[in-house]
Design a protein around this ligand. Structure first.
Ligand SMILES: *Cc1c(COP(=O)(O)O)cnc(C)c1O
Length: 454
């Protein structure tokens, strides 16, 4: 423990990830074939993912050792600081104690390297020479480009075209790490050329970019695909966040009453909360887990728990998850990392079991929170992370009314240094709220695949 007053890091990086699969109240449902509804064996995913990662996807081991080579790269930025947000507490006048884990200190500015490094390592070890992926706002593409460069893997990134044009610096960052970046839909793939036949598809979407990356991966044996969220092994790698936070909090004799993360696909939320979840499942401790999402894309609050496609090209088997429908295209909110129609199967099951709850926030409330956070704690948060801050502030304000001294822990998933255009829009009064796009969601939900009964 350092002597610093509000920054509470240890020098310890966890040596094992925490796998929540064996502790879940019921097993996850299998991937299914859209034609006949039959379960898809994991082997079918071998052209896409390294075998070690597929083993982790279904592992029943509670703890999984982090290889030394991964720990070395983690040591570039881990353990990340756990900070007592004392200045924010004072500004609110709350008796609650607010702590946040700062994942924005990673080389690319978010929590995503925690899994990118692991995925690049296992792939390199198994002989993969190229990784393909998609990126929206650019955080995941940057993280995988950095990790690929470290382990000598060529990375090809399909970047949603609107972001490619609006966020040139994220693209240059990926290229600086040596990655090849294409605006998606592109002419590099069959499905990309097909999407481009309809001009309406030109701006692209995450769902289209995933299909392009997957198509390249299946067409070459030494090329694999990497996904930055949603999958079980991604949430597994992200548990380093919560494990570090728990170790420090225990050292000072505290455990959180409330744990909060923003929710896009579920990886940083899973990463911060999973290490506190077993206590709740076993009935030892009641913890309020809050997934904070945008009103414009409220997957967990308003979606259906159903089998759906993860990509627009329908290359990936059906997954049981909370979804707004694979054809739903959310409005252009600035928290680009939270604009995915689906959610991680693990988080979906926890939401269905009411072990967690979701909160949908309007964009303006999140930017008000972001600016208050910047003025008090000094860090300009990513617009995604601002959702978690806003939810934490809501709880802290309730505590002010009730006098409760709750311990609140939230994850600061990234910094907002590449998001100045969004801040400029907010400061100049041009940022607007989007209502929940109920009609569009209804339309998309009507297009959910009909999975044949087994
Ligand atoms: C990608 C991203 C998210 C959303 O992804 P999750 O898988 O839900 O964590 C949130 N915050 C930042 C900074 C991101 O880059």
């Amino acid at each position: 423990m350092t002597e610093r007053i509000y920054q509470l890091s240890t020098r310890e990086i966890p040596k094992k990830w925490l796998n929540i699969l064996p502790a879940l109240p019921r097993p996850l449902e299998p991937l299914r074939n859209p034609q006949d509804g039959s379960p898809v064996p994991l082997d079918a995913m071998k052209p896409l993912f390294a075998e070690s990662l597929l083993e982790q996807e279904v592992s029943s081991e509670r703890l999984i050792t982090i290889p030394e080579e991964i720990l070395k790269v983690y040591s570039l930025y881990r353990p990340t600081p756990l900070i007592r947000a004392k200045f924010l507490e004072e500004a609110i006048g709350t008796p609650a104690k607010i702590f946040f884990k700062n994942e924005g200190v990673s080389p690319t500015g978010s929590h995503k390297p925690n899994t990118a490094i692991a995925q690049a390592y296992y792939n390199a070890k198994e002989g993969t020479t190229r990784l393909t992926t998609e990126t929206g706002a650019g955080q995941w593409g940057s993280a995988l480009s950095f990790a690929g460069a470290h382990f000598g893997i060529n990375v090809k990134v399909f970047m949603v075209r609107v972001s490619y044009e609006q966020k040139p610096y994220r693209r240059v960052m990926m290229q600086s790490y040596g990655a090849d970046v294409y605006p998606s839909p592109s002419d590099q793939t069959k499905i990309g050329r097909q999407f481009l036949e309809d001009p309406a598809n030109k701006p692209g979407s995450l769902g289209m970019a995933i299909s392009e990356a997957v198509e390249l991966a299946v067409s070459d044996e030494k090329t694999h695909y990497a996904l930055g969220s949603v999958l079980n092994h991604v949430l597994l790698h992200q548990t380093v966040i919560g494990l570090e936070a728990r170790a420090v909090l225990e050292e000072i004799g505290l455990l959180p009453d409330v744990v909060i993360g923003c929710h896009g696909g579920g990886s940083n939320f899973g990463g911060i909360m999973i290490p506190f979840l077993e206590d709740k499942i076993e009935g030892k401790r009641n913890v309020d887990f809050i997934a904070s999402e945008p009103m414009a894309c409220p997957t967990l609050s308003k979606g259906l728990y159903a089998y759906d496609y993860g990509d627009s090209g329908k290359y990936i088997p059906l997954t049981k998850m909370y979804t707004l429908g694979h054809s739903f295209v959310p409005p252009e909110v600035h928290a680009g990392g939270l604009r995915y129609h689906g959610a991680a199967p693990i988080i979906s099951l926890l939401n269905d079991e009411k072990l967690i709850r979701a909160e949908a926030l309007h964009q303006l409330e999140t930017f008000e929170a972001a600016v208050l956070f910047a003025k008090t704690e000094g860090i300009i948060p990513a617009p995604e992370s601002a959702h978690a801050i806003a939810s934490a502030i809501r709880v802290a304000r309730q505590c002010k009314e009730t006098g409760e001294e709750k311990v609140i822990l939230f994850n600061l998933s990234g910094h907002g240094h590449f998001d100045m255009a969004a801040y400029e829009a907010y400061i100049s009064g041009k940022l607007t709220d989007y209502d929940y796009p109920e009609e569009e969601v209804k339309k998309a939900e009507a297009e959910l695949p009909k999975v044949p009964q087994q």
